[in-house]
Design a protein around this ligand. Structure first.
Ligand code: HEM
Length: 394
């Protein structure tokens, strides 16, 4: 099994992994194993003996604060076994494609409001002006938080998401304060909806019932947190990656403006070719033999969705970006696979499908103005920090 030199600079390591993925399904890295090919990435994500490493993030970062560690354990992102199955069963309907569809008109309104101020000038920083703010009003509307609280939400989301940054230990107090404020706010919102049900996610989650079982208030609060942690940075970065990619493919950008019906295919293809979530992590809950390799209990593996998405045994001509590509027999993996498959996939798809054709129409002849500034390549959720563009004013 090849071993990756931990001292290799990130860019070189990523390039080497891509090269190795042609002949190897697994390589050793500094902390465990990277999984490089589609069938193995899917097999491991579907195998319940491999547990989400989310609950171990605090420990791996050297955080010992008991509140913090406990909080990760009960999150749907880190839960396993019966606890996880029960949560998914209770919340599934609230995250169905139909629930996401009811927000589509609102999504069009939000993206139009963001592009309108920049469209007449013919220039923008797409990452800052459009991608950054886009998911916040949608998550607020989804949850049923009133418009006057959008700013508050934006700040909490930003602070809570510092958990994915490089300075967690220094920022722990800020993260904890944001968590506590959000927690209190969520409890207020839940109490309001118990008395006054509306057409929103919190009401749906309160009403969710399976054979007499319901979510507790603590679980409802956890779901609000999971929606913010899972649903904001992912969507904004995937939108940024996609627009960045489109600057290299102007004919396809124009095609999307002329044929908005291509949006669903364009979203799947952009997520396949350039996903914002490139990998995840699992640890072995017991000794596991996969193919001919024994992974002792506790082993950490990193399934690479990004490399699996370029696997030539699954995708024809995987190195070509083509928004007219026939839907492949097997899906792109940027939403993951198995029991932790993205709960917000329908919502994220709808957000991207609504935003892209409107941007393509309002920002024709898109070109990078200078250079795109990408986030560090090790960032868990990758995308542009700055995406300066020029286009024909509209
Ligand atoms: C393009 C945008 C998105 C991408 C690329 C994405 C990606 C992912 C991935 C890869 C996972 C699985 C992680 C793993 O297996 O370790 C996941 C899980 C999850 N996502 Fe998303 N996500 C996106 C948008 C959203 C949205 C909009 C929401 C909420 C409204 C959301 C909520 C969640 C939740 C709650 C989970 C945990 C599910 C579980 O553990 O059962 N995501 N997402």
């Amino acid at each position: 099994m090849p071993v990756i030199d931990p001292m290799l600079p990130d860019e070189e390591r990523i390039a080497l992994l891509r090269e190795l993925s042609a002949d190897h399904w697994v390589v050793r890295n500094a902390v465990g194993y990277s999984i490089l090919q589609y069938p193995d990435v899917v097999a491991i994500l579907r195998d319940k003996r491999w547990h989400s490493a989310t609950s171990r993030i605090p420990e791996m970062m050297g955080i010992t604060d008991p509140d913090f560690v406990q909080n990760r354990r009960v999150s749907i992102l880190g839960a396993e076994g019966e606890v996880h199955t029960r949560l998914r069963r209770l919340v599934a309907r609230a995250f169905s494609p139909r629930s996401a569809d009811r927000l589509r008109p609102f999504m069009r309104e939000v993206i139009t409001d963001l592009v309108e101020p920049v469209a007449p000038s013919g220039r923008a920083d797409v990452a800052v002006d459009i991608c950054e703010p886009y998911p916040i009003p949608i998550i607020c509307e989804l949850l049923g938080a009133p418009r006057e609280d959008w700013q508050l939400f934006s700040r909490w989301a930003e602070d809570v998401l510092r958990i994915f940054g490089g300075n967690v230990l220094e920022e722990l107090d800020v993260i904890k304060r944001a968590r506590a404020e959000l927690d209190e706010y969520s409890r207020g919102l839940i109490a309001d909806r118990r008395n006054d049900p509306r057409d929103d996610l919190i009401t749906d989650l309160i009403a969710a019932e399976e054979e007499g079982d319901r979510l507790s208030t603590d679980e409802l609060v956890m779901m609000v947190d999971a929606v913010i942690v899972g649903g904001t940075d992912t969507t904004r970065n995937q939108l940024g990656c996609t627009v960045g990619l489109m600057t290299e493919h102007p004919a396809q950008w124009k095609m999307l403006a002329d044929q908005p019906d291509l949006a669903p295919r364009a979203v799947e293809e952009a997520m396949r070719y350039f996903g914002a979530v490139r990998g995840t992590a699992r640890f072995a809950s017991e000794d596991i033999v996969h193919r001919d390799v024994l992974f002792p209990a506790g082993s950490l593996v990193m399934p690479s969705m990004a490399l699996a998405n370029l696997d030539p045994t699954v995708f024809d001509d995987p190195g070509t970006f083509d928004i007219t590509r026939e839907p492949p027999a097997q899906p792109q993996l940027t939403f993951g696979a198995g029991i932790h498959y993205c709960l917000g996939a329908s919502l994220a798809r709808a957000e991207l499908q609504e935003a892209l054709p409107i941007l393509a129409r309002r920002m024709p002849d898109l070109a990078v103005d200078g250079a795109i500034e990408w986030k560090p390549s090790t960032t868990a959720i990758f995308g542009p920090a700055h995406l300066p563009v020029t286009f024909t004013p509209t």
